[in-house]
Design a protein around this ligand. Structure first.
Ligand SMILES: Cc1ncc(COP(=O)(O)O)c(C=O)c1O
Length: 383
């Protein structure tokens, strides 16, 4: 196994910063905002009242599951039973529980590229095999049914779809999702829908949940989501899996043995996040949108960098093939290391996501830092 590449890149940036270097880190996928006050207040109350002192049911507090039922009705347009909801220690644990519950040794999981770093390692840990489905840049990194059909064989058990995507920020349309969903039904392939960025879409783009497209698709899909990105709650570690009862129960057995319940105080905070006013979440979304719209044209002016405008999440994933060539690098990690050493800008190298000619910049950081980082990149390319 490898250490998470994004966490490793951030650790290196922090090490240089601790040594006194002026470092701008665009590595991490977490909002730079602190958790909204109303959510923190609910957590403080849970501590003060003593409620936070105790275990909860391993699969989560009934009131949090109820809040999630409300969330599904509101944002997905269908209702679920409490037995279809599992609360986990971050969405990452929900994904791991899925793979361990579902995969037998040698079972295959289709993963569109570029892909979030942890999928491949988690599948390998669960003794599954990843089948990469190439997201082509000229298709905005989206995959289609003809590719799935080409790679399909009877060991394929799961299709993973991360929409909007980390690292590309692309967003699938309803028609694209219908085609993919119907293909999965035809081939009896489970869909693992990692919707963790679903509330972070910009410029009037619409997130369509694949699980909402038909009852048949819903019955074959496990939705993974959480509070980390939408509510600036990465540190609280609360995620969710929502899907067919049989699968959710199997996943729940695993988490009951591995973690017991997710931290009780964090569950109370998540209830406040899901059921309280959504105003703070919307303000943060607007801030990301503003950064996206401001930085996008500037980034495309950096010599050798080329990027399509993302519609969701909070990442740019520019193609830097030309920039690497100009600077004499053939390996993208050497290129990002040189950028870090020379101008103090920390990026994640694309090979961590299966892309040898791209870098990832997170815009979950303030606008001044972002502008300065892009200024430095432009300077670097003109050196
Ligand atoms: C695509 C994707 N899925 C899941 C996660 C995990 O989120 P959590 O913080 O809830 O574990 C992340 C976090 O970076 C992510 O980018």
């Amino acid at each position: 196994m490898e250490e998470s590449a994004t966490l490793a890149a951030d650790a290196k940036a922090k090490e240089l910063a601790a040594a006194g270097r002026d470092i701008l880190s665009l590595t991490l996928g977490e909002p730079d905002f602190t958790t909204p006050e109303s959510i923190a207040k609910a957590a403080k109350e849970a501590i003060d009242s003593g409620k936070a002192s105790f275990y909860t049911p391993a699969s989560g507090l009934p009131t949090l599951k109820e809040a999630m039922q409300g969330y599904m009705s509101q944002y997905y347009g269908y209702s679920v039973e409490p037995s279809q909801v599992l609360v986990t220690t971050g969405a990452k644990m929900a994904l791991a529980a899925f793979f361990f519950a579902v995969l037998n040794p040698g079972d295959q999981v289709m993963v569109p590229t570029p892909y979030w770093v942890s999928y491949a390692d988690q599948v390998a840990l669960a003794q599954g095999q990843v089948v990469f489905v190439e997201g082509k840049e000229d298709q905005n990194f989206k995959i289609g049914v003809s590719q799935l059909e080409e790679l399909w064989n009877d060991r394929v058990k799961v299709l993973l779809l991360n929409n909007p995507s980390n690292p590309t920020g692309n967003l699938y349309t309803r028609e694209e999702l219908e085609a993919i969903g119907n293909w999965a039904i035809k081939r009896k392939v489970l869909i693992l829908a990692d919707d963790i960025y679903s509330r972070l879409v910009y410029n009037q783009a619409e997130f369509v949940p694949i699980s909402s497209l038909s009852p048949e698709i819903q019955q074959q899909t496990v939705v993974i989501t959480g509070v980390s990105k939408t509510y600036a709650m990465t540190g609280w570690r609360i995620g969710f899996a929502v899907g067919p009862q049989e699968l959710i129960q199997a996943m729940g057995k695993l988490t009951s043995q591995l973690t017991s319940n997710p931290t009780t105080v964090a569950q109370y905070a998540a209830i406040a996040a899901l059921t309280g006013s959504q105003e703070d979440a919307e303000k943060m979304r607007e801030a990301f949108e503003d950064r996206l719209n401001t930085i996008y044209p500037l980034l495309n002016q950096v010599p050798g960098f080329r990027v399509a405008k993302p519609e969701g999440a909070f990442y740019f994933f520019p193609n830097v093939k030309e920039a690497m060539k100009r600077k004499g690098f053939s390996k993208v990690s050497d290129f990002t290391n040189d950028i870090l050493e020379t101008i103090g800008v920390a990026l994640v190298s694309g090979d961590a996501f299966g892309s040898p000619h791209h870098v990832r910049l997170s815009y979950a950081t303030d606008l001044e830092t972002l502008k300065e980082a892009v200024r430095r990149l432009e300077h670097y390319m003109n050196l």
